[in-house]
Design a binder for this molecule. Structure first.
Ligand code: T3D
Length: 262
């Protein structure tokens, strides 16, 4: 598939998706969702061991393109259908990807664009970036997982503050609140993202994938015992893997480990 609204690259085990509608702050339109689904499938089925998601220009993503919402014919759009067809599959695909997903938030992340960042595993943000729960400004609630991620990441009080006021939260504040992994100087975002992506591309990918699953499962774990069972099962699988053996051997031989991802 040729892409018009995103750019996609897969090289050296690193997949990169760049949202590429800078004049509209990379807001979502339906064809962009179609392209994202295709690129995510290629990431999943290809040789990638890490995915980097970023935006072109001065914004990361401004959520749904509001120009796509037309009321001229007197009919209200079915936003539920839009979420079911586009936003829900996108967020689930990111969470279910068996590799680390880095969001390199280069500028404002608003509405579903903020939710998109929060659905990633590691969020690096440029200091000039901000996170805006813009939904309440247009009479909507946080979607694309926003109402799920916000209270888990930042706590109920901050989630409610963001959702009900729609005020922008700076990258530094987001880091202090635990909403994101790290805020970095604007000039360092690309280099820091590259450093982390290269690190993950040579990491024990299967272990990272199961760590991601275990952390997400913990949010819904019925008990500590159930989570301990999950850890046991994942550890049993990993203990039989090449990377565990390599990690232990490398430690004993006092040399860097060479992980294959298996
Ligand atoms: O509909 C469904 O399917 C349901 C799902 C909904 C999910 C959602 O995401 S709902 C929330 C939609 N997003 C928003 O409401 C955010 C709207 N944008 C803004 O509030 C502001 O643009 C920002 C806070 C993000 C950034 O502000 P600022 O001052 O830095 O930039 P700007 O001047 O407002 O925007 C620059 C251009 O991008 C501008 O176009 P222009 O005037 O230069 O031709 C602006 O219209 C355009 N733009 C920004 N966001 C959107 C957009 N165009 C269409 N849709 C947008 N979301």
């Amino acid at each position: 598939m040729d892409y018009q609204h995103i750019r996609f690259d897969l090289a050296d085990d690193i997949a990169r998706i760049t949202l590429a509608r800078p004049a509209r702050l990379n807001s979502f339109v339906v064809p962009m969702h179609v392209e994202l689904r295709d690129a995510l499938a290629r990431t999943r089925d290809g040789r990638a061991r890490v995915l980097v998601l970023t935006g072109e220009g001065r914004g990361f993503c401004a959520g749904q393109d509001l120009a796509e919402r037309k009321f001229e014919d007197g009919l209200a759009p079915d936003l539920g259908a839009s979420i079911e067809a586009n936003y829900k599959p996108l967020v689930l695909a990111l969470q279910e990807l068996d590799m680390p997903v880095i969001a390199a938030v280069n500028g404002v992340a608003a509405g579903a664009g903020a939710s998109l960042a929060f659905a990633c595993d590691i969020v690096l943000a440029a200091r000039s970036a901000s996170f805006v729960q813009a939904f309440c400004r247009i009479g909507l609630i946080p979607d694309a997982g926003g109402s799920y991620f916000l209270p888990r990441l930042a706590g109920t009080a901050r989630a409610l503050g963001m959702a009900l006021t729609g005020e922008a939260v700076s990258a530094a504040q987001a880091e202090a609140w635990g909403l994101i992994w790290r805020a970095v100087e604007d000039t360092e975002l690309a280099a820091e993202t590259e450093r982390l992506a290269r690190h993950f591309a040579t990491a024990p990918t299967r272990a990272l994938a199961l760590a991601k699953r275990a952390i997400h499962a913990a949010a819904a774990a019925p008990s500590l015992a159930a989570q301990l069972d999950l850890e046991r099962d994942f550890q049993r699988e990993l203990g039989r893997g090449d990377d565990y053996r390599e990690g232990v051997m490398a430690f004993r031989e006092k040399r860097p480990a060479v992980f294959t991802g298996h």
